[in-house]
Design a protein around this ligand. Sequence first.
Ligand code: IPM
Ligand code: MG
Length: 360
Amino acid sequence: MSKQYRITLLPGDGIGPEIMAVTVAVLKQVGSQLNVGFEFQEALIGGAAIDATGNPLPDETLEICRNSDAVLLAAIGGYKWDNLPRHQRPETGLLGLRAGLGLFANLRPAQILPQLIDASSLKREVVEDVDMMVVRELTGGIYFGQPKGIFETETGEKRGVNTMVYSESEIDRIGRVAFETAQKRGGKLCSVDKANVLDVSQLWRDRMIQLSSEYPDVELSHLYVDNAAMQLIRAPKQFDTIVTGNLFGDILSDAAAMLTGSIGMLPSASLGSTGPGVYEPVHGSAPDIAGQDKANPMAQVLSAAMMLRYGLNEPEAAYRLEQAVLKVLDAGYRTGDIMSDGMKQVGCQEMGQALMQALG
Ligand code: IPM
Ligand code: MG
């Protein structure tokens, strides 16, 4: 093997293990074709980790992740763990992983594939050619701001508190990632905030304007988040690159994903300034179909492609995975989430076999 990469696998919960199995198989195949070696090490996160250790992010998992070249995560969460105290919930493990690895930049591409236009709930002319990138701040904002918690007041009434906070340096570092992303794409950056109401958003907007002087080749615009939500559905083609905070990015990236027909197709990359990135599908653990061989493994496979491209600098391997996905779609294979008339409905495993075949 000319190159050898250490990959941490975090299959997590729900459909996670099924889509991860398909992805590991295709990675091995593309690796053997291109003489790229992968050393996989599996670790626990989310509900699976709670069941085994009582902790959604065991120290050992974080340590294994830190010592690897990249982390491939499937999905976490499920009904079973929804009523545990917050520090024991699967989501807390995911947030701990993001914070622990310093993954402040979350890249969520939403590109419509011609093969899947009819799977979109919007009209063909609205979604045709949609190709955008949501750059979401991932380790700050209201997800992490202090104070937070449920507190009892003097009268005995409870108050729930979260704090939306961004410092200038936090805004600048995600801003730079976004401007650089826009430079490599269509050169347009739309910053989404709520500066008409929130002070934290006013600072966000001021910093984006300040930064834009360093990127004269990028055209910066601003939208309030409510309008951005509307524009995403009304006229999504106007967007090239979007940059926004943690909570707004969480919401808008699901909406952007759905333009493409199914959230089951979309990968993401979470990156810090140094160290391994985490590559994961935008979708969740889909507990309603877990273990039934119905899941769409493509977002996971495309996340592996993002890992190869952005994390390991293996663009040829990334390209082959992306092409395999397109080929399989061209051949008419569809999982339930992207099924349309005249196509061949398959389960997760059969989709995996079709991908292996397409890889050659
Ligand atoms: C996401 C998810 C997570 C988030 C949850 C599972 C904590 O919705 O990655 O978008 O809110 O960030
Ligand atoms: Mg989300």
